[in-house]
Ligand binder design. Sequence first.
Ligand SMILES: [Zn+2]
Length: 335
Amino acid sequence: MMEGQNGIGHLTEEDVEDVQIRPKWSNGQCVLALPTSSTVNPTFDLSQCRAKLEDDGFEIPVRDLEVPLKIALDVPSVRRYMVFNSALFHFIFAPILYMVVWCAVFSTLHIYITVSDYWVLCLSVSLVAIFITTTIIFILHHSNKDIDMNLDVRLIQVNERMVKHKLLVAVADWVQNCNGNMKLYFVYWDMSHCLRSLTETLEEQSFVAKDLEKKMKRRMSHLVLVTEVNPEVGGSDMEQDLDEQRPLLGEEEISCSTTSSQREDTKVTTSYSLFPDESLPAQAKAYQLLITYSAAYMKLLVSQRLSNHRLRPRTNHCSAAPLCLCQYIKRKILQ
Ligand SMILES: [Zn+2]
C-alpha cells in the first residue's frame, strides 16, 4: 500500500498507453470470473487465470499475480474461513439453525407451560424460531456487506499490484440454483479518475481536517490488524501473515511490545491500523483509502449488492454500478 507516490506516478503514466491498447474495457466490467476447484476446499487455478487474462490483453508478471494471490488466499486457515463463511454454508446453516432453535424453545416452554392445545404451543414456538433464525441470518448477511478482515483485507496487497495493470480482484459468492457460486473476480478498473476525485474531496474538506480525521478514525477504528510474531520460531503461516501485511509495516505501525523476555515465550505483538497516516498528503491518503476498500467494493459490485441510490452520472466513474469506488468511500467514511 505504501508504494505511495511512485505507485500514483506509475498509474498516471500508464494511462495513455493502456487506453490505446485496451479501449474495449470500461470501469466495473468483469474481465474474468474464476470458479473454485472445490466447494469444501476452495482453491483457484492461477495458471489458468494467467492464460485467460493474457488472451484478453493483460500481460501481468508472476510477482504481481500468482505470488500475492497465493500469499493471500492459498493458506489453510483462509480456505477454512472461505468455506464456513460462504453463502452456501449459510444456506445450509439456516434450516439446521431453525430446527435447533425450534427444539430448544419447545423443550424449554414445555417444561414451564402446560397447555391443552398443542398446536397453539407449536405455532408460538415456530414463530419464535422463525424470528430468531431470521435475525441471525440477517446479521450474518449484513456483516457480509462490510469489509471482511479475513478476505478483503488480505487482498489489499494483491490489488496494490494489480491496480498498475488496471485490474482489481475480489472474492465473492452467492447461492444460485442451490449451488455455491464462489469465484475470484478480476474487474477492470482505471483508478486515476477515482483518485483525482477523492483527492479533491479530501483537499476540499481540509479546512475541517480535525473533524474529518475524527470521523474517519471512528469509522475505520475496527480495521486493525494484530499480529503475534515469534522471532525465534517463525511458522510458515506466520511468515505468510507477515508477507500479507508487509506494505503496512513501514508507516502504519502503532505499537510494538515484547510480552516476555523468556526464550520460549518471546513474542512481539504488533498492531497495524489501516487508517491513513495524518501526515500524508491528500493524494497518498486517497490512494490508501481506495486500495483498502477496493476488494470490499468489488465484492459488492460483482454480486450486485451496491445501493440502488443513483448519484449524479458525471461523478460516477463506473459504468456497471450506480456507485463508483470513490463515491462508496465518501459515503462509507467521509459523510
Ligand atoms: Zn470514482
